[in-house]
Design a protein around this ligand. Structure first.
Ligand code: PMM
Length: 265
């Protein structure tokens, strides 16, 4: 899954793809590099981000989704809002990537159930403005699994087909670096729940902290790519269905190495 943020303020690619032509061109490029899905987002979810209204979010994404879908590319819409999801599905999106796992908007389950698209349910505890306050767990792996299973149950009760669901432990969302490492180390347990699992570590701050100067500055966002690739290979090995990344070409190479190794085993 290639990341295409049509936002002014996302932490890695914010502001780069606000222009329609740039956004569509980047989506096409990621598809050519091997992305099976282009994840279009119109609202930043980085820690502390301010929300935008639904009309602004729709205006940012809908023409880009339509243009990519017209070119035959599979598109997911990264949104927590039912109205945005509905507009994007109408424009040709085939996946709803909902970082709130259906919690942010009570109408989301209905939109997904009626349209029959895939639904990524990410583990989430609250909006980005205050989510780090919510990063408290007894046992992060067990708690995140249990909370995701609750979201699955709610989705099924709303009439969403089990075969349409994808789970995501939600690295960085109400999680400390230590939580992210624990979830990564136990990713196979999420795979064992029986649903496809999406892993989304790309360039996130826990990688910057790991690689930063001791007691000092984190490694800058643009210098976290090798670390991201390492986490993606570990995720493939754990059985992840997909990885959500900025660098599709590098990820495709890393996956080819992993696949060749598996085939030779
Ligand atoms: N992270 C971000 C945005 N969308 N979607 C899923 N499913 N999982 C994630 O962890 C996730 C996401 C934040 O990163 P960005 O600013 O690079 O989009």
């Amino acid at each position: 899954m290639g990341i295409l943020n049509v936002t002014p303020d996302s932490f890695s690619d914010g502001g780069r793809y606000l222009d329609f032509g740039d956004a569509v061109g980047h989506g096409e490029q990621m598809a050519a590099e091997g992305a099976d899905l282009i994840d279009v987002g119109g609202e930043s979810t980085r820690p502390g981000a301010e929300r935008v209204d639904a009309a602004t979010e729709i205006a940012r994404v809908v023409d880009v989704v339509a243009a990519l879908a017209e070119r035959g590319l599979a598109v997911s819409i990264d949104t927590t809002r039912a109205a945005v999801a509905a507009a994007a599905i109408e424009a040709g999106a085939s996946v709803v990537n909902d970082v709130s796992g259906g919690l942010a908007d009570p109408d989301m389950a209905g939109v997904v159930a009626d349209s029959g698209v895939r639904w990524v349910l990410m583990h989430w505890r609250g909006h980005s403005s205050d989510m780090q306050r919510l990063a408290h767990y007894d046992n992060v792996v067990a708690d995140v699994k249990a909370e995701l299973e609750d979201r699955v149950e709610a989705a099924l009760e709303s009439g969403v087909d089990a075969g349409r669901l994808v789970l995501d432990p939600g690295l960085g969302f109400a999680k400390t670096a230590e939580h992210n490492w624990r979830l990564s180390a136990h990713l196979h347990e999420f795979v064992a729940l029986g649903y496809p699992v999406l892993f989304a570590s790309s360039r996130k701050s826990y990688l910057g902290s790991l690689l930063g100067e001791e007691g000092g500055k984190p490694r800058p966002v643009g210098q976290r790519e090798a670390a991201t690739l390492a986490t993606s290979v570990l995720a493939f090995e754990a059985g992840a269905w997909g990885v959500r990344v900025h660098d599709v070409a590098g990820t495709a190479d890393a996956r080819a190495v992993w696949l060749a190794t598996k085939r030779a085993a």
